[in-house]
Design a protein. Structure first.
Ligand code: FES
Ligand code: FE2
Lengths: 169, 438
């Protein structure tokens, strides 16, 4: 058996933090095509259901389980003024903390972080708050770090007042 | 009693005229928007409808083994839905007989007993009392066994779909379901053994809108082209033909049907693919042979005509008052409960045949998420539309009437893009609000 790669030899936490902050900025400013360029071409995006946060999307009904094909389509939809749930686009603000490199999966860098996302909409006095944790699989490429998998796991017992997850968590 | 005979459409609502006004001379059907905003009307709905109708509790597959339980709400009441140690399915109020605390706090699990944390009373899975700490302090005449968890008045199922009724005198479930049974059969027939199961993972979300708007929306094919244009776009990008047929709003011509007793459905030739069993490009080339095989099994078991019915039609079924089973891109079981006039709580699951292979199950779930649910390509826009409607009702006094006249006077069968099937709901709603039985 190969010895697992040492993440410390591959990437620093500061580098990962910079990457996540850059991603957050692209998402909050709705630069979604630029965001797509942060993904590998087999990237996946998951939001597990609130009652099965550790579920497997092949046997469990998720809130979102996108392969790269559907993820690209999701971005097409989000940019369309007929994406009524996000038109005009929500003002989102994401705070990302507790960033840690937790290990390696082959050549993929495993990253954990916490998030708090505030989503403001017209005609809604209070923001809808999405609190949870990210689990990333990042890949080091010639063009820098890329996202192979991102999983946004919500802490709430149910979506409840969050309503729909119509933007990218 | 409300005046149900008002025909002039000018009433200002509850108390001084009808809320549901069907004008058969001028062929209009209008509903007063007060029904979406009034706390009094919601209170009446809770008493006249939710306390009288069969309300969905859960599916047998969710309590497969003795001791399995799920905590649920039925018409707003906390309930334990469980299978007792002898194998009987039960719905017990999740309320301690001692001083009323919620007894079971977990969402789901398997247990030998339910214990109240307050003073420690314990109950068996059939609800009977197991133990009362310090019971020597009660007089000898004290009826300890009479303190079992209270069962809901009635619990019955049709093909593993369990419904509760708070009214002990309600007619039996099968009679109540009327023509809806045939449409449940079409769902269940997808399984070679006739066994479907709820798949793990629950979607629970609120919509800031009146619950009745989701009844309308769930079966309303008129809104598809505008509300769901981005989903149609996605289908088109994926190589699915979504061009409307000539003279029609949608790719296929479907119908809206009255199933009796307030139940209704759409019934549409499929164009958007079905895990059982119609291939579309979204499933990928590699799925073709598998879907052919599923289709072959259906034909062998059910015959060509019935297989065609099961595999090639989409049906959004609404069981009065608040259960929707969408058999479309995937199967969803969804029910919703009013919390306030302008707020509902929605719970949805995916349903599939128990025999599905891993690949088939994954395909079903993928297809589900393409359209349905709070992260789907369609449902969030439905939520947006319903919340916009609710916001519009702030002017219910000045702009009081909702119009549901599409298809009235048509000599043809009602289309799914008409509103004939929506009127079925509203007539039943109106009758029950005026004292009719369920
Ligand atoms: S309230 Fe349950 S034991 Fe007292
Ligand atoms: Fe819709």
């Amino acid at each position: 058996m190969n010895k697992p790669l040492d993440p410390a030899a591959t990437v620093t936490r500061a580098e990962v933090e910079d990457f996540l902050y850059q991603e957050a900025d692209l998402l909050d400013s709705w630069r979604l095509d630029d965001w797509l360029s942060l993904l590998t071409d087999i990237a996946e995006y998951y939001v597990p259901p609130n009652d099965k946060p550790d579920g497997d999307h092949r046997f469990t009904l998720f809130t979102i389980a996108d392969d790269i094909v559907r993820l690209r389509e999701r971005v097409i939809r989000l940019k369309d003024p007929n994406c009524h749930a996000e038109y005009p686009p929500s003002n989102t603000r994401r705070l990302i903390t507790n960033v840690r490199i937790t290990g390696m999966d082959g050549d993929l860098i495993l990253v954990a972080a916490n998030f708090a996302i505030f989503r403001h909409r017209r005609n809604e006095p209070a923001p809808r708050q999405f609190i949870g944790r990210y689990r990333y699989k990042l890949k080091r490429t010639d063009a820098g770090l890329k996202i192979q998998e991102r999983r946004a796991i919500l802490d709430a017992e149910e979506l409840g007042a969050m309503g729909a997850v119509s933007f990218l968590l | 009693m409300l005046d149900h005979t008002n025909k002039d459409g000018r009433s200002n609502g509850y108390g001084d005229g009808g809320l549901v006004v069907e004008d058969t001379a001028n062929l209009t059907f209008q509903v007063h928007r007060k029904v979406f905003v009034s706390p009094d009307i919601l209170e009446n709905e809770n008493r006249a409808i939710f306390d009288k109708c069969w309300v969905y509790v859960g599916h047998a597959s969710e309590v497969k083994n003795p001791g399995d339980f799920r905590t649920r709400h039925v018409a707003g009441r906390p309930v334990i839905f469980c299978r007792d140690r002898k194998g009987e399915v039960r719905a017990l109020f999740n309320v301690c007989r001692h001083r009323g605390a919620l007894v079971c706090r977990e969402r789901e699990g398997n247990t030998r007993q339910f214990q109240c944390i307050y003073h420690g009373w314990t109950y068996n899975t059939d609800g009977s009392v197991k133990g009362i700490p310090g019971d020597d302090a009660y007089p000898p005449s004290y009826d300890k066994q009479g303190k079992a968890l209270t069962p809901v008045a009635r619990l019955e199922h049709y093909k593993d779909f369990y419904f509760a009724n708070l009214d002990p005198d309600a007619q039996d479930l099968h009679t109540y379901l009327a023509g809806a049974k045939d449409y449940i059969d079409l769902v269940v027939d997808q399984s070679p053994s006739g066994k479907m199961e709820i798949i793990a993972g629950t979607q629970e979300y609120d919509i800031k809108a009146n619950w009745k708007l989701l009844v309308e929306n769930s079966v309303d094919d008129y809104h598809l082209v505008t509300t769901h244009s981005t989903w149609l776009n996605y289908m088109r990008n994926s190589g699915v033909n979504v061009t409307p047929t000539k003279g029609h709003m949608l790719p296929t011509k479907g119908f809206g049907k009255d199933l009796g007793n307030g139940h209704l459905t759409t019934d549409n030739p499929n164009y958007r693919g079905r895990p059982v069993a119609r291939w579309i490009s979204v499933f990928g080339e590699e799925a073709k042979a598998d879907i052919d095989a599923i289709r072959k099994e259906l034909v062998g078991r059910l015959g060509e005509a019935r297989a065609e019915r099961v595999a090639n039609t989409n049906r959004n079924l609404c069981i009065f008052p608040n259960l929707v089973i969408n058999d479309g891109s995937s199967v969803t079981v969804r029910h919703f409960t009013p919390v306030a006039p302008d707020l509902m709580h929605v719970t949805a699951w995916a349903l599939g045949p128990v025999e599905e292979t891993e690949a088939q199950r994954a395909r079903r779930l993928h297809a589900f998420l393409t359209f349905y649910g709070p992260g789907g390509f369609a449902t969030p826009d439905d939520v947006a539309a319903l919340e916009l409607a609710q916001q519009g009702y702030a002017a219910w006094r000045e702009v009081p009437w909702t119009d549901l006249s599409r298809g009235m006077g048509s000599s043809q069968e009602q289309l799914a893009t008409d509103e004939g099937h929506l009127r079925v709901f509203w007539r039943k709603w109106d009758a029950m609000m005026n004292g009719a039985s369920a």
